[in-house]
Design a protein around this ligand. Structure first.
Ligand code: KIV
Ligand code: ZN
Length: 390
């Protein structure tokens, strides 16, 4: 039986930290409703203490989807932040307060200028206070991957004893390496098992070295129960772990990971497109799963193989992620087989070999001039060829 991984989407909080990605309340609600269709388990709707507008957006998201999914929002380890989170999410069926506080030496020394024990006490106090308001509390040990393990563990143990129900281990600056991060999670998981309290172990990775998805998957192998992700990998600096990459990696390699999610994968592309529409931020064309070229095949050798059997070059079907169908982008290197297939889809039935060769010559001339030839170009070629017939 496959282990269920909880998916928290933080596009509306960490994703929104991207310059230019700020959404208003109406847009946030529209996106949250799409997350509901996508079937993520928890939506992180914002950072309500940051502004009146963000508070109202989080509240609007709670009212729109709080019956169907768990809703959370971020607080620093201070009472006023926790109050703002509580007030904005309390109407949800499963509201979750998310508290963040750094554990690395550099955070403790430079951000707080207090002793390690004093910082830990701040965290414990914050959890106790949050717990007096709601039963579900997540504690994030910010910059965990650069933290001294003994202090990190002491903090985790102390906040669990104070009532935290989820421990989130962030690779805040995208510094971790997959083996190392998986091992960190495995060590924490081992120790958590020895406590009386049952907690959910979560991870939150950033992509500064392009390793966010790899680190998240490695953490899952190390025993993480929950992942924090964003659509299109949007997020602070180089972004967060991309939701669609983790979900599809777990699906395509389910036999390897032995894990699955509740996510409805056919909603992945519609969700990505909605986000692009709302933020105006395009997805890079070669982005895994949601990029424009993710299912486009242009090499002649590949196209030939695909036409024989899709599985030759496809590890998942475009339909599975909500894309229409595989696209063969023709180039001068595509070859006769791929062109014949594309022309036939546009209704071309050659009278004889010479007829086909004549059309193929026109295609090569167009491909040389344009570099890429799309379906609508083939359609125009076929029609032009037909009209030129005596
Ligand atoms: O990157 C980070 O550490 C965060 C925390 C708030 C989880 O975004
Ligand atoms: Zn983050």
């Amino acid at each position: 039986m496959s282990r269920k991984i909880i998916v928290l989407d933080t596009t509306l909080r960490d994703g929104e930290q991207v310059p230019g990605a700020k959404l208003n309340a109406v847009q946030k609600v529209e996106f949250a409703r799409q997350l509901e269709r996508l079937k993520v388990d928890i939506v992180e709707a914002g950072f309500p203490a940051s502004s009146r507008g963000d508070f109202e957006s989080v509240q609007a998201v709670t009212r729109a989807v709080g019956r169907q999914m768990s809703v959370t929002a971020l607080a620093r380890a201070v009472k006023s932040d926790i109050d703002a989170v509580y007030e904005s999410i309390k109407e949800a069926d499963q509201p979750l307060i998310h508290i963040v506080l750094g554990t690395s030496n550099i955070h403790v020394e430079k951000k707080f200028n207090r002793s390690k024990d004093a910082v830990m006490e701040m965290g414990v106090e914050a959890v106790r206070y949050a717990k007096s308001l709601l039963p579900l509390v997540q504690y994030s040990t910010e910059d965990a991957s650069r933290s001294d393990f003994d202090y990190l563990w002491r903090t985790i143990e102390a906040v669990v004893k104070a009532g935290a129900t989820m421990i989130n281990v962030p690779d805040t600056v995208g510094y971790a390496e997959p083996h190392e991060f998986g091992e960190l999670i495995r060590r924490i998981n081992e120790r958590l098992k020895n406590l009386d309290e049952r907690v959910i172990l979560s991870v939150h990775c950033h992509n500064d070295l392009g390793l966010a998805t790899a680190n998240t998957l490695s953490a899952i192998r190390g025993g993480a129960d929950k992942v924090e992700v964003t659509v299109n990998g949007l997020g602070e600096r180089a972004g967060n772990t991309s939701l669609e990459e983790v979900v599809m990696a777990l699906k395509v390699r389910e036999a390897l990971f032995g894990c699955s999610t509740n996510v409805r994968t056919t909603e992945l592309l519609p969700t990505s497109k909605l986000l692009t529409h709302l933020t105006g931020l395009d997805v890079q064309v070669n982005k895994a799963i949601t990029g424009e070229n993710a299912f486009a095949h242009s090499s002649g050798i590949h196209q030939d193989g695909l036409l024989k059997d899709k599985r030759v070059y496809e590890i998942m079907s475009p339909e599975e992620v909500g894309a229409e169908s595989m696209e063969l982008v023709l180039t001068a290197r595509s070859g006769r087989h791929a062109f014949k297939h594309a022309a036939a889809r546009m209704g071309f039935e050659p009278k004889d070999d010479a007829d086909f060769e004549a059309l193929f010559e026109k295609f090569l001339a167009l491909a040389d001039a344009r570099k890429e030839v799309y379906d609508h170009d083939v359609f125009a070629l076929v029609n032009g060829h037909r009209e030129a017939q005596p």
